[in-house]
Structures are given as structure tokens and as C-alpha cells.
Design a protein around this ligand. Structure first.
Ligand SMILES: Nc1ncnc2c1ncn2[C@@H]1O[C@H](COP(=O)(O)OP(=O)(O)OP(=O)(O)O)[C@@H](O)[C@H]1O
Ligand SMILES: [Mg+2]
Length: 336
């Protein structure tokens, strides 16, 4: 079991309030991802959950029991950091076993757990090596192995893949997804990476300036962002957020901003809703990203599937798919 409830978590450093009353429910076995701009309080919240940082006020419950006064080692939580913090003089095997040894776990039990974790993470060939003799991805797996052997109720990951190169990130991301399926453990994971968030999460928590903006499944956040912040934060390239200054009929309906994702705009050389000029084109192979300047919208990003032969200074017409248009009111809330 590993459910988690946070109630009104506040944390201040001096008079700087970093967490401004966080409420969150995480179900047993869920994979929850925290995203948000740098400095919004993601790591601080993880550290409060782990007990490495005291909350100023509020409640942390694991499986229904209050743990706010329980020391970190007794919370049944394992945390994996971005810097793996392995012991350089210990072998891979001893790095994984150390926490259990210190906790006085029986030798046979340690052996069983380390063997199992090593097999799960494909670390068997490296057990006798020291961290300096491993690649970044292998070191990251050892750090994860060290968490697994403790059989925690709850795993906390703070940007565990940000030190890895692109290919290795993809591979390790798949491994973490597989690990979650096999262990059926509750995982809370902080990342800056949109793709990691969208592909790994059952539930994404979007944080901004110490508060939760929205909680939902990846597709809920993508299809129905609750406000302008989430609309702009989830999705890459970003959703186009267009002020209605030059769209009087929308302004009359009480709309302040419309949002349209780059992939929900059609492009034509002949005719369409918004006439504009191509500023820049990015040919990505699988996609073509165009940046236009139109009279009505100002800068507009358009994403076309596949390769398209547009050039800077071409005159084009962009037509948004109305079914995918988002509308926001004067307080930046999504309108029905
Ligand atoms: N020990 C501390 N003392 C004072 N301020 C702190 C301390 N730790 C964090 N902060 C401040 O709290 C805020 C939140 O920091 P936190 O590390 O939680 O952000 P984050 O969302 O994890 O950012 P990043 O994405 O850059 O890792 C920041 O403004 C930071 O400067
Ligand atoms: Mg952080």
C-alpha cells in the first residue's frame, strides 16, 4: 500500500512562502508527475513528503496515517535524486545493499533483494564494478536499485534523468515505465521534460509559484487546460494564446484570450481565415514547424505533419480548427 494525502501544506523559508497550501490525493500504485517552472516548489514539496524538510503547517498522510512528525527513515519512502549520490568506493552491489545493512536487515534477505533488483534493472554484469566504471545511465539505474531494495511504499524521483543524453533518457524512461508496471508501487516524479510527463504519468500536477494550478491525466490537461497558465505550459511547441483585440465578435462574447495548438491549424497558400507571412520554418523531418506573423493574431506557430516546402516571406493563410479552440475569460479561466 502507498496512498498519499497532502492537506494545506505550507512551507516558508524565512518570510518567503514557497508552498502556499498544497492539497493532493495520490492513490496507491499511481504514477504522479509534478511539473512547473523552475523555483515553483517541486523539490521542496518532495522533500516535505519525504520528511527531509519540515512543513510550516499542514498534514502528510501515508495510507491514512499522519507522518508529519515521523522521521524520514520511518516513512517507508525512497527518494532518487538527480545527482545519484553513489558511494564511489563501494561496488554496485554494496551501494545497493548499504541502506539495508545500516537498517540491520538479515544478510540472506539483503542478498535476495539485491539479486532481484539487479535482475530487474539489468545490472548483473556490473555488480562488482565501482560507480566510476559505469556510464551515466548505469549509475542512474544503481541509484534506482538502491531505492527498490528498500521496498518502499512510495518512490520519489527528483528529475532522475536530467543528467542523461537524449537516447539514454528515452531508454531509461521506458525502463521506469516498466518498473512501475512490475512493482505496482506509488511513484511521484518531478521533471522538466514534457514528453516524460505526458508518457509516464497517470496524473500530472501542474504547479506554479507554490500552488497547484491543475491536476489531471495527461490528455485532460492537453485537451482541457483549466486556465491560461496550464494551456501555455502543457504542450510543445506551446499553444498559441491570442488576445481578441482584433476579433471583436469574440471580445463581445466576454472572451479575453483564445488558445489554439499549433497542430490544430490548417495552412494554405490560396485562402483561409488569417492571412500572414512566414517568418521562419523548422524542418524536423517528421514535422514542419512554421512561425507566421498574421495581422489578426500576431506571431502564430503552426505544426504540420511531415515535410512541407514553405520558406520565409511566403504569404499564407492559416485556419484554426474551431473544434479545438480554447477560450479564456478576463481572469484567465477556461470558459465552457
Ligand atoms: N533551503 C532553502 N532556503 C531558502 N530558500 C529555499 C531553500 N530551498 C529552496 N528555496 C527556495 O524555494 C523556492 C522553491 O525551490 P524548489 O527547489 O522547490 O524549486 P523547484 O520547483 O524544484 O525548481 P527547479 O525546477 O529549478 O528544481 C525557490 O525560490 C528556492 O530558491
Ligand atoms: Mg527542483
Amino acid at each position: 500500500m502507498g496512498s498519499l494525502q497532502l492537506k494545506s501544506i505550507r512551507k516558508a523559508f524565512g518570510d518567503h512562502e514557497v508552498l502556499k497550501g498544497i492539497d493532493l490525493e495520490v492513490k496507491d500504485g499511481e504514477f504522479v508527475i509534478f511539473v512547473g517552472p523552475s523555483g515553483c516548489g517541486k523539490s521542496t514539496l518532495l522533500r516535505v513528503i519525504a520528511g527531509l524538510e519540515d512543513a510550516t503547517s499542514g498534514s502528510v498522510q501515508i495510507d491514512g496515517a499522519e507522518v508529519i512528525n515521523t522521521p524520514p527513515a520511518k516513512r517507508g519512502i525512497a527518494m532518487v535524486f538527480q545527482s545519484y549520490a553513489l558511494y564511489p568506493h563501494l561496488t554496485v552491489k554494496d551501494n545497493m545493499a548499504l541502506g539495508l545493512k545500516q537498517a540491520g536487515t538479515d544478510k540472506g534477505e539483503i542478498e535476495t533483494r539485491v539479486t532481484k533488483a539487479s535482475a530487474m534493472l539489468s545490472l548483473d554484469p556490473y555488480l562488482a564494478r565501482r560507480p566510476a566504471e559505469l556510464s551515466g545511465g548505469q549509475r542512474q539505474r544503481v541509484a534506482i536499485g538502491r531505492a527498490i531494495v528498500r521496498e518502499p511504499k512510495l518512490f520519489l524521483f527528483d528529475e532522475p534523468l536530467s543528467n542523461l543524453d537524449a537516447a539514454l533518457r528515452v531508454q531509461t524512461r521506458l525502463e521506469i515505465a516498466g518498473l512501475h508496471r512490475r512493482l505496482k508501487a506509488t511513484m511521484i516524479y518531478v521533471t522538466h521534460d514534457q514528453v516524460e510527463a505526458m508518457t509516464l504519468a497517470d496524473k500530472i500536477v501542474v504547479m506554479n509559484a507554490g500552488a497547484v494550478e491543475q491536476v489531471g491525466s495527461p490528455m485532460e490537461l492537453y485537451n482541457k487546460p483549466a486556465n491560461l497558465f496550464v494551456a501555455g505550459f502543457i504542450g510543445s511547441p506551446q499553444m498559441n494564446l491570442i488576445s481578441v483585440e482584433r476579433l471583436p465578435e469574440l471580445a463581445r462574447a466576454g472572451i479575453k484570450t483564445i488558445g489554439i495548438r499549433p497542430e490544430h491549424i490548417a495552412l494554405s497558400r490560396e485562402s483561409g481565415e488569417w492571412r500572414g507571412k512566414v517568418i521562419h520554418v523548422e524542418h524536423l523531418g517528421a514535422d514542419t514547424i512554421l512561425y507566421l506573423e498574421t495581422e489578426v493574431t500576431g506571431l502564430l506557430t503552426v505544426r504540420l505533419f511531415g515535410e512541407h516546402r514553405y520558406d520565409a516571406d511566403d504569404i499564407v493563410f492559416a485556419t484554426p480548427d474551431k473544434a479545438f479552440m480554447h477560450r479564456f475569460d478576463a481572469s484567465d479561466r477556461a470558459m465552457a
